[in-house]
Write a protein that binds this ligand. Structure first.
Ligand SMILES: [Ca+2]
Ligand SMILES: [Ca+2]
Length: 323
């Protein structure tokens, strides 16, 4: 920074960002931004990954980033590395989600359908309904992900389900559940109402840890079915936007294919830019590959071209609030 702008006066601030304290992380990031505004800076370069950048409402740090722009500060922020791209084959067989961004799923409305017996039994006495991933007349309450697990790897991915209630004014309770497609057994839950996300329209958790694989060097391909589950006691009175995201930087990517991956008028796949990075007033920057091992994950780039990392975060995103 000093070499680029030797006469510039430099300031640094950091945020206390941990996955186990999403709300205070958001407040901490907002405080760091506000301290920069108070210091009278001209440019803010923000490279903080933060899980509580909400998609359906303006979070504390996204609001602070907006205030910085409104104060005339050039706000430069990371896009992030949260994209997952479908691979071209799974165990030698080509797959339809090849090349599609599959890290997230957003629907403009929760579409209620009956849950499998395993989900109902786990939720009891709560009565639940499951989201229908099929935007057409058919019903499919499972989004199947294919995972590639190699010896010595312990795939633990942070993931979240988010819905369109306002933070600290929740009406609905939703959570994510993963099941084993062969047995139907529940394997992972994304939990609502934890202290880390208290008052937020978020269910969060670490998933796929049960897949630790210690077999031969060849990869093992496992399936996991995602279900988005809702407490049916509260009637749906309006369209309730709902979203799922794999929230992980880890390489190589463990999730390599998805059953549903093609966007429609109501359902969007792959968008991972939310919060500060989605502010129209932000200058959002993606990365190009820096080190050779990236070519093991992304198609090899011409060294003379400034291509982006294939797992850079991407849009599209929809804003559900004003300004
Ligand atoms: Ca349907
Ligand atoms: Ca399915």
């Amino acid at each position: 920074m000093h070499a680029i702008a030797p006469a510039a006066e430099l300031y640094f601030a950091t945020a206390d960002v941990t996955e186990s304290s999403t709300v205070s992380s958001d407040q901490s990031t907002a405080d760091a931004i506000d301290s920069m505004i108070a210091a009278g800076v001209d440019i803010i370069v923000d490279d903080i990954m933060e899980v509580f950048d909400t998609a359906f409402s303006e979070g504390l740090s996204a609001a602070a980033a907006r205030r910085a722009s409104e104060a005339g500060i050039a706000y430069v922020v990371l896009a992030g590395n949260l994209g997952f791209v479908g691979v071209d084959d799974v165990d030698g067989t080509s797959v339809p989600s090849d090349g599609y961004q599959i890290a997230s799923y957003t629907s403009t409305a929760f579409r209620p359908a009956a849950c499998p017996a395993e989900i109902e039994a786990d939720a009891a006495p709560m009565v639940v309904q499951c989201h229908d991933f099929d935007p057409g007349p058919g019903v499919d309450v499972t989004q199947r992900y294919t995972l590639e697990v190699r010896s010595g790897e312990s795939p633990e991915l942070y993931s979240l389900v988010e819905w369109g209630d306002q933070p600290y004014n929740l009406t609905n309770t939703l959570y994510g559940a993963f099941t084993d497609p062969t047995s139907g057994a529940l394997t992972d839950l994304l939990i609502p109402g934890t202290t880390e996300a208290a008052g937020a329209p978020l269910s969060i958790g670490t998933v796929f840890g049960s897949l630790a694989y210690s077999g031969p060097p060849a990869a093992e391909y496992a399936g996991r079915d995602l279900l988005i589950v809702r407490d049916a006691a509260v009637p749906l009175t309006a369209d309730l936007p709902v979203r799922f995201q794999l929230w992980s930087n880890d390489n190589p990517r463990v999730v390599v294919a998805a059953e549903w991956f093609s966007s429609t008028a109501t359902d969007t796949y792959g968008g991972t830019i939310v919060g500060r990075s989605a502010n129209p007033s932000s200058i959002t920057v993606a990365a190009r590959p820096l080190y050779p091992s990236v070519s093991a994950v992304c198609p090899t780039l011409d060294a003379g071209l400034f291509g982006l990392e294939c797992f850079s975060s991407t849009g599209p995103q929809t804003r559900y609030w004003g300004r």
